[in-house]
Design a protein around this ligand. Sequence first.
Ligand code: BES
Ligand code: ZN
Length: 851
Amino acid sequence: MSEAQAIYLKDYKAPAFSIEDVNLRFELFEEYALVTNVMNIQKVDTGVQELSLHCRDLELLEFWINDLKLQDTRYVLEEEKLTILNVPSVFSIKIINKIYPQNNTELEGLYKSGSIFCTQNEPEGFRSITPYLDRPDVMSVFTTTIVADKEKYPVLLGNGNKKESFDLGKRHSVTWHDPHPKPSYLFALVAGDLGSISDEYITASGENVELNIYCDLGNESKCHHAMKSLKEAMLWDEEKYGREYDLEIYNIVAVDSFNMGAMENKGLNIFNSAYVLADEDSASDANFMGIQSVIAHEYFHNWTGNRITCRDWFQLTLKEGLTVFRDQCFSADLNSQEVQRIEDVKSLRERQFVEDASPTAHPIQPKSYISMNNFYTATVYEKGAEVIRMIHTLLGEELYRKATDLYFETFDGQAVTTKDFLWAMSSASGVDLSAFELWYHQSGTPKLKVEEKFENGVYTLTLTQVIPNTVEGRAQKPYFFPLKIALLDEDAKEVVTETLKVSKESESFHFEGFNLKPVLSINRDFSAPIIIEQEYNNFAFLMKHDTNGFVKYEAAQIFAIETIEAIMRGEEVNPRFSEAYGHLLDLEGDLSYKALLLELPTVSTLMQRMSDIDFDVIYEAKEKLSQHLAQNFQEKLLAIYEVNHEPGSFGMDALAISKRAIKNRALKILSALETRDVIEIAKRQYEESVTMTDRVVALDVLENTDPEYAEVTLADFYSKYKKQTLVMNKYFSILAASHREGTLDRVMALQNDAVYDEKVPNLVRSLIGVFARNYKHFHAKNGYGYKFVADKIIEIDKINPQMASGLCGAFKIYNKMNEKNKSMMKVELSRIISTHELSKNSFEIISKILK
Ligand code: BES
Ligand code: ZN
C-alpha cells in the first residue's frame, strides 16, 4: 500500500462553501438503506466554481440541483469524492444514495450492532453515509427522519429534539430536529427494539430535561449506575464551569459492537455497552468507576467539543485533552483526589510515555497524519489533559474559571483552534502563555535533571532540562511548566511550599534559613508530565513522611524500581526498601490509597528505563522482590486480608470498595508464595464472593498459581456467565494474561469458543489485545507470540482496520528490544506491511515502527 497519502496541517484551507441546513431521510431495510439528503448550500469563496463533496464507496441513485435532476455530465463521482461542476452561489442539492449497513464490519458510518442500526461518524464516517462536506469546520442544522419496520425497530432516535412521528402501517417514521449547528461527525441515528430507563434533570435555570438510557431488552436494570453518573455530571458542569444542558432530551444508547468507548453525538450519545451496563453481580468496582467517568466525559463534550468544536482534526486535543482533564477532575471530586491523580498518572506513564518514546511519537497537536483514526492516542488525550492541567495550575482555580468563561462566551457555535483556546486562557488571566505553546508542538517526554546543594544555610536547587538535539529533524527548545515543590525538615514539616515556574534550559532556585539540609519533595501532585532525574533522594523518608499523597506514592515506586534494578544486577533485596515497605503496611487512612502505595511497579514502567529489553529478566527480578515481601510480611498481609475481607458484602460505598481494594492487594502479594494456604484463600474467596471484583481477583490468582483449581473455577465461571458477553470479556482476559505454560495454545483454542466473535471489538481486545500485552508470552523466545498476533492483525485488518491498527500498537517497543526479539519482530512486521491491500490505518503504524 504505497499510495497512502499524508494530510498536513499546513495545507489547511477554510471551506469554500457553507451548508445552512441539511434534511436527511433514512429508509431502513433488511438488505440496504436509502438515504435522501437535501442540503441548502452557499458559496463562501466566490472564486470557486465546483463543489467537491466527500464520499466513500457510495451508490448514487439520483442527483438534483434546485429541483432539476442532473445528468451525469454535471458531476463526477470517484471513490472518495463527488465533484459538481459550475455551481451557483446559493443552491440546494438533493441526493438519493444507497448503502449497506448490514455489510459494514468496519463499524464506521451507519452499521448494525447485532439487530440495532447505529452510527459512528467521528472523525470521517459520515462520508460513507451520504456525500457531504465531512469536515468539522462545516457546521449545519440537521433534521433527520428515520423510517423503518414498526415491529423490528420500534425505537427510532436522532439528534436534538423529537419533532413528529407517523404510523405508516407496517412501518413508522420519526423526525428529529437539532437546532444547534454542528459538524457531521456529531450526527447519529439509532433504530432498534430497545429497552430503556428514564429520568429527568432540572437545569440550574429551571429547564426540564428528559433523560433516557437505551439498551438491549432485559438489560434495563443494569443502567441505573450510568443514569446516576449522568445526573452527577450535569450538576458538576453547572457548578464547576457554569455550563448547562441545551436540549429537551438527552439520550444514551448502549451497543455491543463499538470500536471505541463512547461517542458524544449531540443529544444522542452512543456507547460501547461496557461503559453503560453494570450491576454488583457482573461488574467490578473498576467498571463502575469507568462508567462514571466515560458518561461524564461524553456529557462534558456537549460544551467542550460540540458547541465549541475543532476547526480541523489536528486540533483534536482542543476537545479531547480538555474534556479528559474535565472528567479527571470530576472523578477526583466525586471520589478521592489522591487516588484519582495516581491512577491518571499511572495510565499516562504506561500508555503515553511509552508512545512518546516510540517511533509513533507525535506532539499533542500533530503536523500530519495518514489515517486520522490513528490519532486518538494517549498523547492527544492524556498528555493533552496534562497540558490543560498545567494551565490550570499556572492560572489558579479562579482565573482558570474566568478564562473558561471567556472561552465559552467568545467561541460558542464556532470551530476553533488550540491557539484560540490559549488566547482565552491568557487574555482572561493576564498570564503570558506564549512560551507554554511549545507543549502543543514538540513530542517526547521532557527530562529534568535535579541537583541539590546545601551551603551556609542556603539550599540551592538547580534544574536542568535535558533537551534532545533534534526530534523529527527539528531543534528542541526548553519547556515552560509549573513545578510544585516542598522542602521538608527532619520532622517532615513543610518549611517551604512553592510552585516554581521552570522555563530555562538550566536555572537555580535558592532557599535560605536552614540549619540542616531539607528534604526535597518534587513534582508534587505530578504538576508537570516530565521525568525527574535525580542522583539521590531520601525515598525511604518520603515514603514514610511526605504529606503529598502523590510524592509519597512516587517515592515508593522509585525505591521499588531501584530495588528491582539492583536485583537484575544480581544484588540481594535492599533491606531498607523492605523496611520502608513494612512501614506502608502499617499505615492508617484511606485504604484505596494504601492499596496503590503497596503496588509494585508494572513491567511496563520497569522497561521504560531500559534498552535491549528482555522481559524474562525483568519478570524474574520482580517476582523475586514479590516473593521476598510476601515472605517477610506474610503475617501482616494475612491480617490485612482477614480484617478487610467481608464475605457476603456487596456494598458499593467508598469504604466497601476500598476494603476490597486493600484485601485484594494483600492477596495478590501473598500469591507470590504459591503456598497451599494462599491458594485456599483464593479458592474460598471465589466460592463465597458476591462481587465481580472479588471473583476476578480470585480467578486471576488461581490461574497463576494452581492449574487444577483454576480449571474447575474457570469452568464454573464460564457456565454461570456465558450468556453475558461483558463478563465473558473478563474470562478471556484472565486467560490471555496468564503466565502459565501453554497460554498461547489456549488463546488460539479460545478463538473457537462459542462466545468468541472476531467481529466484536470488545472480544478481540480482551483475547488478542490482552495477549499482545502479555509480555511473557507475546515476547516468547520461540517467536510464536509475534507470529500469532501478526496473523491476527492481517486477518482483522480486512474486517475492521481500526481494530487491526490498535493491535499493531503492541509492536511499538520494537526498537527498544534485545537483538533476538527484535529480529523476530522484524520478520512479522515486514510480513504485515507487505500484505496485499493492507489498510492505511495499519500501514501508517507499521511503517513508522519499521522506519
Ligand atoms: N470522541 C471520542 C470517541 C471517538 C474516538 C470517536 C475516536 C471516534 C474516534 C469520545 O469522546 C472519547 O474520547 N471516548 C473515549 C473515552 C473517554 C472517556 C476518554 C473512548 O472511546 O475511548
Ligand atoms: Zn472524548
